[in-house]
Design a protein around this ligand. Structure first.
Ligand code: ZN
Length: 327
């Protein structure tokens, strides 16, 4: 790149160690007096709307234009690495209005706000907005400033902040440290500590297992929680108290279908096999059969006031009936 090419960016760009690279792109486009789309296409060789944080070539160009060390920008990127979990990102912009308001003259978007696993800011617990509170449009990266809605021009800093329950944010932080992206700044990354059989899993498998545990939690509390990275933090208490939740499900299930043990076993296997990491197969099936056996013996007694009768919202799977052949 020639000096003439870099002329609009003689002004040095601030670099925040926790900034999303798309946020820096918005700032650089404004310094250059052009739209974000034009800047991405002409200077970063990206198509409009696509994310810069995954593209090594665009990051290299950005480091030259912004005047920052390439390694510093790569550290802020979302590029995959062997020591990182494969984390799902949101393609749209999410912001914490209260934090943008406290940033002063140059608000910026944090990298951690793009992870689907976290519905709030991990430092302050402030809930992230995905839609503009005024026009309900999805927030896009091509607004002239981070704090502005690209559709209606609303200043997002004017929206009153709300906060996520702190006990759930503590579980999100544990997951964030285990994902290996350095999302908590001063607090170093660390593996997610889980009991057997989850202890031997890779970071990717642990995320998958926590999503599966969130789904099991949805069976126990009848909330119907889906298993995904978005709900993985709800699975952390389930994984930590393993195998008690499995025994709880077996117990609830045998109360529902006391007379049909094999139907209950089939139903339980169906639910525990769904979406869990394959490496857990043997350990989980063995524990499930043990849990059902214990539950069946326990539930031969009548229900008492201290052990109330309760039901799972499960569709019991019946064993297929043999097909009779016509003579
Ligand atoms: Zn709007």
């Amino acid at each position: 790149m020639t000096d003439e090419f870099l002329q609009p960016w003689r002004r040095p760009a601030p670099l925040h160690p926790d900034e999303h690279l798309n946020s820096m792109v918005v700032r650089m486009a404004r310094y250059g007096g052009m739209s974000v789309s034009d800047f991405r296409v002409k200077y970063l060789a990206r198509k409009p709307g696509l994310d810069v944080a995954y593209d090594p070539r665009a990051i290299r160009r950005l480091s030259v234009i912004a005047g920052h060390d390439l390694d510093a920008l790569l550290a802020n990127s979302l590029l995959p690495r062997p020591d990182r979990a494969t984390a799902e990102q949101t393609p749209w912009k999410r912001v914490a209005p209260g934090m943008l308001a406290s940033d002063g003259a140059e608000p910026y978007a944090r990298r951690a706000w793009s992870f689907r696993a976290f519905p709030c800011d991990l430092d302050t617990s402030e809930v992230l907005l995905k839609h503009c509170p005024r026009c309900r449009s999805v927030l896009r990266w091509d607004a002239v400033r981070i704090e502005i809605c690209a559709t209606c021009g609303f200043d997002l800093r004017n929206h009153p902040p709300s906060y996520w329950p702190s006990h759930e944010v503590a579980d999100m932080r544990t997951i964030a440290r285990g994902m290996g992206y350095g999302l908590l700044g001063a607090v170093p990354d660390a593996p997610i500590e889980l009991p057997a059989p989850f202890d031997v899993l890779t970071p990717d498998e642990k995320l998958e297992a926590l999503a599966w545990c969130a789904q099991l939690r949805g069976l126990i509390d009848r909330s119907g929680t889906e298993g995904s990275q978005k709900t993985a933090y709800l699975g952390l208490p389930i994984a930590r108290s393993w195998p008690d939740p499995l025994h709880q499900i077996a117990d609830l299930l045998t109360r529902q279908v006391k007379a049909d043990f094999y139907g209950a076993f089939g139903t339980l296997l169906h639910h525990i096999r769904h979406k869990r990491p394959c490496s857990l197969n043997d350990a989980v099936v063995l524990e499930a059969s043990k849990a059902l056996d214990i539950a069946r013996k326990t539930n031969s007694r009548p229900a008492s006031a201290t052990f109330p009768r309760q039901y799972l919202s499960l569709q019991v799977r019946r064993a297929p009936q043999p097909q009779l052949r016509k003579a």
